[in-house]
Design a protein around this ligand. Sequence first.
Ligand code: SF4
Ligand code: SF4
Length: 55
Amino acid sequence: MAYTITDKCVSCGTCEGECPVSAISQGDTQFNIDADACIDCGTCASVCPTDAIIA
Ligand code: SF4
Ligand code: SF4
């Protein structure tokens, strides 16, 4: 079960640089997590200012 970025994302980019496996990338309307690459560490969720990332 990978982490997911919801529509509360404001595309600040903070999470992208914190992911240890570079699973986060910028999409057309928000940032996205590659579910196959995510190792469920939770770091992105802890740094997101809008609590847009859920487990
Ligand atoms: S939970 Fe960890 S591995 Fe998964 S996207 Fe967030 S920072 Fe990356
Ligand atoms: S830290 Fe949160 S608001 Fe910022 S790009 Fe990541 S998911 Fe979106």
